[in-house]
Design a protein around this ligand. Structure first.
Ligand code: 13P
Ligand code: ZN
Length: 272
């Protein structure tokens, strides 16, 4: 058996959570990440037949039965993951019934997975249905995205258009745009279903007055999506209600889409 503390997937979780904390996206226990792993990769580091505990997940996810994920724990602080991964993270396998998490490693203080597991698992299912390579669901509370969600109408077309218009790279990074949910109670199946519905069309979903969800094939892609939205939201806030001398027009965005061969949400632009 190799040393689990050298596992690349563990190191990725450590550096993602450390960076997210450093950027102010994850105060206290804010935020959560789940990462789908290959059985062969995990099997090099832990005994897959040794189940430490079984934890009910509170809903059914038969589509993920047998799948293994590394997940942040509920109430755990991102700032502490790197120094104590075994307490703050867990590796779970979704049981054959689809409604139990089998703990294979971690949460050595008796802890359990994030309270947002419904939104994570349902979003994994939704993203896998459109892209079988999706591996990561990431949630956090970045400042400017949160601020923008206070000021902006809850409308996917205009929200996306305003993010695209802040800086040239936005449409290149997220041509599929952002989904937006109104304020909702978090941590339950209802917000999980609503998020997963959006995830069929978007890799990014804004939770008004709460934060953002991102999905991607790997940690860098997912982190980069959220990072780019946050940067665009920052420009939105920095220039809010100021007179703008220069702007990116819908025609400019269409030119970018052509230059970068983007499969983008054409219905989000009003082209003449
Ligand atoms: P957890 O500590 O349960 O992961 O919750 C944090 C959070 O961001 C809730 O939305
Ligand atoms: Zn949250």
């Amino acid at each position: 058996m190799k040393n689990i503390f050298d596992a690349p997937f563990l190191k990725e979780m450590e550096s993602a959570t450390a960076n997210m904390y450093r950027l102010g996206w994850d105060e206290r226990n804010g935020g959560n990440i789940s990462y789908l792993l290959n059985e062969e990769d995990v099997g090099e580091y832990i005994y897959l037949e040794h189940i430490i505990r079984k934890i009910p997940i509170g809903f059914e996810a038969p589509e993920l039965a047998g799948r293994i994920l590394i997940v942040t724990g509920t109430g755990k602080y991102f700032k502490n993951v790197k120094s104590d991964p075994e307490t703050n993270l867990g590796i779970i396998r979704i049981g054959k019934d689809g409604s139990t998490a089998e703990l294979l490693w971690g949460w050595d203080d008796g802890g359990k997975f994030t309270s947002e597991l419904p939104a994570h698992l349902m979003s994994h299912i939704a993203r896998l249905s459109v892209n079988p390579e999706n591996r990561i669901i990431m949630h956090c509370h970045p400042d400017y995205t949160l601020a923008m969600s206070q000021l902006h109408e809850i409308d996917e077309k205009s929200f996306t258009r305003d993010l695209w218009g802040q800086m040239t790279e936005s449409i290149v990074v997220f041509p599929d745009g952002v989904g937006v949910l109104p304020w909702m109670v978090c941590g339950n199946n209802e917000i999980g279903v609503a998020t997963a519905n959006k995830m069929k069309d978007y890799r990014l979903v804004i939770w008004t007055l709460h934060g953002i969800y991102g999905a991607g094939r790997n940690m860098d892609e997912t982190f980069g999506l959220i990072e780019t939205v946050e940067k665009a939201a920052k420009q939105y806030i920095l220039t809010y209600r100021l007179e703008k001398k220069n702007t990116i027009t819908d025609e400019n965005l269409a030119e970018l889409a052509k230059a970068f061969n983007l499969n983008y949400r054409k219905d989000f632009l009003d082209l003449k």
